[in-house]
Design a protein around this ligand. Sequence first.
Ligand code: UD2
Length: 341
Amino acid sequence: MFCFSLLESSCFLGMSTSTSSLKGSTDIPVDEDVKSSSPSKPMVRSRVWNMVSPEKLLYKQPSVLVGRTDVVTVTPWLASIIWEGTFDPVLVDNIYKPMNLTIATTVFAVGKYVSFLRDFLETAEMHFMVGFNVRYYVFTDRPQDVPSVNLTQGRHLSVIQVPGSNRWQEISARRMEIIQTTIESQIRREADYIFCLDVDSKFHARWGAESLGRLVAVIHPGYYDQTRANFPYERRPASMAYIPMDEGDYYYGGAMIGGFVEDVYTLTTVCRNRFAVDAGNSIEAAWQEESHLNRYLLYNKPSKVLSPEYLWQDFKAKTKEVKVIRFSGVIKNYAEVRPNV
Ligand code: UD2
């Protein structure tokens, strides 16, 4: 593993930070594969915080009668779906900022995708978890091409060298394994929450603490108005990512996985293992790790769901229910940037 420090950045491989046991955590029912993947005694940072609001903080009175009515803001298992107008950014920031959280952010820039890094990082500095400690982990096979970006105080960047590949499917899917092993080797000691994001994207507006939760997923912008029969889930029963036609909640985008570091660790471990079982049976799920992610989240429900405001696509016209586009995938020439078609 290679570590490369940049201007205004710090490389912290091997740096020791304080750790604590799973104080206050409870046993949460999980499906069988998840149970067998969970480490018995993980060394993790404390993750139990009270929602303390400062006294005398002035903010708009919340209402139980008036609010968004054009979109659904809660799942059937009572997780919030985060849309503009469902949270007060001032209140949320005042609750979360005193917790002094560190947010790990992984991004893969393998092969020509390194060219997306500058815009990703520069726009993240403007809009992503502003005022929080953020540790970017950039995975690339081209460390020399990682741009030097000015990071604001409390934000750090590490470059970790990973192998290239001549198949984009492999690069995308292998992220699960690399995130899992990097959580094991360093992230679980260095961060409280983690977001794993696609690099061919830009931030356009606030993405803040309203997005924090135990296990966080984003609704894919291409399918939020579709019925489950039209979701591009893996439909072959032989695959470990299989979802039957009459099951499924939402279609989640692979461009964002988030939550407590340990919850994302379990998710990546399970998805990586299921991907390997499929590979052993000569099966690659329809949308690689995104298919395994969708299967995982069907049976391990996210505790918070981000609306498509948090994952849009630049080629798609804004729709009336999306009041703010916070993060979106840029238009790219697939033949130009991918190693294969
Ligand atoms: C979708 C998903 C993506 C992933 C993929 C399935 C969205 C918006 N995107 O995007 O997350 O689930 O389907 O495989 O939900 N990468 C490289 N170098 C490469 C190819 C990929 O670094 O040569 C990395 C990079 O971080 C990129 C990510 O893998 O952002 C996903 O690849 P993609 O953006 O080409 O996949 P795409 O657009 O099909």
